[in-house]
Design a protein around this ligand. Structure first.
Ligand code: BYC
Ligand code: FE
Ligand code: FE
Length: 472
């Protein structure tokens, strides 16, 4: 990759030094960002050295540089994936025309809104996770939390770069507003539902990185197809970082299952809670919650917005090249639409179902990890299967919003729901119990909290008992 500037105030491969106005605007935003980090980033961890990966260029060996760094000094940079020469629009009405290097006037508001929505989730997640360092199960986990946090910070930079570069004064104002909204604040909340839910314990953190970061993966894949080439290039690079976030979630849930299974085998017949482990039904309830609110992030099943994004080339499907028909004017998608307590099949033009097409890919990707969790339980002779609930379960957006169903998707009356929801969603008692396991942090090298198994290996070839964070 050419033109990598790493010794500038803002490391970048976009030749920032060649555009003084832009450089100055971003250098003005930078201190606001660092102030936001100090106020809303990981509480109590401004001065410790953390063994972190920093992107210093976008090519395969430069993007993952490991060293100790204090988080406020992290080198948040702007990196775009290499341009695809002569790139053409790959879908929709404009298919085959050159990709856009600037924002077409007629798509300005829509693009800005999508970029702001994407950007808003990044700082939101850091805010949601800001207290977790104080109850970490190990130094290994603490470091992974911080790795995820600094990279979400960089993802915010990625979107702010686009706002500053392509959206003029509106873009600069939006960049300021991204630092002003606060997760969970009723007066000035983050834009999307799941990013206002508290992540109050580490099981929630693993579920969030498994399910909600995976929405990130699919939204980024869809934006990577965009006709707006700078958006495509920046999201392609973000995806390389996203993989680690989902790894943290998947291995986290797996390690919790492993520990619980071991306790169940050691004390057959006992409630694992008697031995300080997290019982499998509680894990299932957490899964039901985080999966269902993450499904909401894909938007309505039937969406004229989604149809318009697809038509204009703004947002495609994940891996558009795997589809045969990139125009999607002829196909349709069959939905089960709730009517008077029953489901009726109805066909919708394919373009209006693009949110659902993306959700389909997400659902099967989510299932793959759940299969791994169940394989582990099977290997340990535990007779319990974790399951993703029906897409209709606990939804707040789209066709099934506000309806009550069992995890299998069968409709319930309001009264039945009230009586039974504690079986399916984490209850106050569950949350209190899980939190009670996590009242103090574990900072001894190599030691793990009682409720989670040790990871199989450390980070970047380091041992599990490596001093991932120098907690003084
Ligand atoms: N909460 O036509 P519809 C990540 C609104 S995660 C609240 O279905 P559309 C990350 C919607 O805005 C990835 N409101 O919407 C993960 C619309 O409002 P208006 C984030 C919602 O436009 C972990 C109305 O309902 N990236 O990166 O098709 C850690 C009608 O809905 C919600 C993106 O989301 C909701 N859940 O789809 C860190 C990509 N859902 O127009 C980071 C950018 C819908 O009536 N965003 N609404 O005022 C988009 O592509 C689209 O905005 C959405 C919604 C897919 C979110
Ligand atoms: Fe992100
Ligand atoms: Fe992420």
């Amino acid at each position: 990759m050419s033109n990598v500037a790493t010794n500038e105030k803002i490391p970048n491969n976009v030749n920032l030094a060649g555009d003084r106005r832009l450089q100055r605007a971003l250098e003005q935003w930078q201190p606001s960002f660092v102030n936001w980090w100090k106020e809303m980033g990981p509480e109590g961890f401004l001065s410790q050295d953390v063994y972190l990966r920093t992107a210093i260029s976008a090519d395969s060996d430069g993007w993952a540089h490991f060293d100790y760094v204090k988080m406020p000094d992290y080198r948040w940079g702007i990196f775009l994936a290499d341009p695809v020469e002569d790139r053409k629009i790959g879908f929709g009405d404009e298919m085959g025309k050159p990709a856009w290097q600037a924002v077409p006037g007629e798509h300005r508001n829509t693009l800005r809104r999508l970029i702001v929505t994407q950007g808003d989730t990044e700082p939101a997640s850091v805010e949601q996770q800001r207290l977790l360092g104080q109850t970490c199960p190990s130094l290994y986990d603490l470091r992974n939390l911080f790795q995820v946090n600094v990279e979400e910070g960089r993802h915010l930079w990625a979107m702010v770069y686009l706002l500053h570069t392509y959206f003029g004064r509106d873009g600069r104002e939006e960049a300021e507003a991204l630092l002003k909204r606060r997760s969970g604040n009723p007066d000035n909340p983050r834009i999307l539902g799941a990013f206002n839910a508290p992540i109050a314990d580490w099981l929630s953190f693993y579920m969030f990185t498994y399910f909600t970061d995976r929405d990130g993966k699919y939204q980024l894949l869809a934006l990577a197809e965009s006709a707006f080439d700078p958006l495509s290039r920046t999201t392609r690079f973000m995806l390389t970082e996203e993989a680690h976030h989902m790894f943290v979630g998947e291995t986290g849930i797996l390690r919790v299952c492993e520990r619980t299974a071991d306790i169940m085998n050691e004390f057959p017949g006992d409630d694992p809670r008697q031995h300080g482990a997290i019982d499998l039904p509680t894990i299932q309830r957490y899964m039901n919650f985080w999966y269902s609110i993450s499904l909401d992030l894909f938007g309505g099943e039937v969406s004229s917005n989604a149809a318009a994004y697809f038509a204009s080339g703004i947002k495609g499907r994940a891996h558009e090249d795997r589809f045969e028909d990139h125009v999607a004017l002829e196909g349709s998608y069959d939905f089960e639409i709730p009517k008077d307590g029953k489901l009726e099949r109805e066909s919708v033009p394919l373009r209006n179902a693009m949110n659902e097409v993306l959700r389909d890919a997400y659902v099967s990707d989510s299932q793959r990890g759940v299969d791994k969790f169940n394989k582990l339980l099977g290997e340990k002779n535990i007779d319990f299967k974790l399951m993703l609930p029906s897409r209709r379960f606990n939804r707040s957006v789209g066709l099934y919003a506000g309806l009550h169903t069992t995890p299998a998707g069968e409709f319930l009356s309001d009264e039945e729901w009230e009586n039974r929801k504690g079986e399916w969603l984490p209850s106050e008692a569950d949350l209190t119990y899980v939190k009670s396991l996590m009242t103090k942090p574990i900072y001894e090298r190599g030691k793990m909290a009682n409720w989670v198994a040790a990871p199989k290996r450390g980070i970047k070839g380091r041992p599990v008992d490596f001093e991932y964070v120098r907690v003084d």
